[in-house]
Structures are given as C-alpha cells and as structure tokens.
Design a protein around this ligand. Structure first.
Ligand SMILES: Cc1cc2nc3c(=O)[nH]c(=O)nc-3n(C[C@H](O)[C@H](O)[C@H](O)COP(=O)(O)O)c2cc1C
Length: 142
C-alpha cells in the first residue's frame, strides 16, 4: 500500500462487511498488533480483494506471515496492479476488488475498524469466493 511507502502488503481479513449503500461504504477490522494497521492509517487507503478457492494456499500464507518480514507478493506469486482511484495495489488474480479511501476509524477492543468509501468496484470473474470457516478450513460462496 502507498507508493510513497514503497511497501505493497497483503493481510487476510475475516472481519469485513458492507457499511452503507449510499454513500457506498465498506468496513474492515484490523488487529492492533498487525503490521498492516499503520500502513492503512498512514496511507488512508485500502483495497479489498475477493479471492477464489484456488488461491487458498496463497491466502493462508498472507494470513500467517507478516509483511514486516516478507514481500508477500514475491512469496506467493500473486500479481500487484496499480489501483485506478487510490495509491495502492490490488491483486490481479482477484475475482472482485473494492478500492477504498478511509473516511473514519474507531477502536473496538484489540482491533481497529476502518470505514472506507468505495471509489471503484471491479469485477473480473465469477468464480465462487473463499469463505473462512476457522483454522485451516474454508468453503466458498456457492
Ligand atoms: C483466514 C484468516 C482470517 C483472518 N482474519 C483477520 C481479521 O479479520 N483481522 C485481523 O487483524 N487479522 C486477521 N487474520 C490474521 C492476519 O491476516 C495475520 O496476522 C497477518 O499475518 C497479518 O499480516 P501483517 O503483519 O503483514 O499485517 C486472519 C488470518 C487468516 C488466516
């Protein structure tokens, strides 16, 4: 995230949801210990990538390793692409992507919720999307 920072990182999030139709808002929840927390705070943007089942292994890597130690794009082979509306990358292999600008944040215990205004919505494919059940178990949206 953030061309100025020269760090393009990926975090895996179970905790995310739509926040409003009008304006179009999307909310993500990031743990206070995560490296990604300050990246989102400093850049004021984030992209949400919805991934298909075939990328389960790469998703688990991104959700089990920190961007402090790894270049997760390099390690997983996923492809970073410049977002259209924000200074951030999205994942080329994603089925759908939201480009969001942070308009608010609030703390919820050990996590911070970021409210993002959706500036661009991409749909690239229609494969069933990964849904996390717990531990290493996943299912898909259909
Ligand atoms: C399936 C899955 C779901 C996760 N959901 C969340 C979440 O909702 N919020 C969060 O802060 N961390 C979540 N995590 C943990 C982070 O993705 C993980 O700590 C990651 O390594 C943080 O990366 P970073 O240090 O580069 O920010 C999840 C991990 C997995 C595997």
């Amino acid at each position: 995230m953030g061309k100025e920072e020269k760090i393009d990182n990926m975090i895996v999030l179970d905790w995310h949801m739509p926040g409003s139709f009008d304006p179009a808002l999307y909310i993500i929840s990031i743990g206070k210990t995560r490296f990604s927390l300050d990246l989102v705070r400093e850049t004021g943007v984030f992209a949400v990538n919805f991934m298909a089942r075939e990328f389960e292994e790469q998703v688990m890597f991104c959700g089990s390793n920190t961007g402090l130690k790894f270049d997760k794009y390099k390690e997983t082979g996923l492809t970073p692409i410049d977002c259209e509306k924000i200074d951030c990358k999205y994942v080329k292999e994603a089925e759908a992507v939201l480009e969001c600008e942070v308009i608010d944040e609030f703390e919820t215990g050990d996590h911070v919720c970021f409210v993002g205004k959706i500036l661009k919505f991409h749909t690239f494919g229609n494969k069933p999307r990964l849904l996390h059940l717990g531990g290493r178990d996943f299912t898909t949206t259909r």
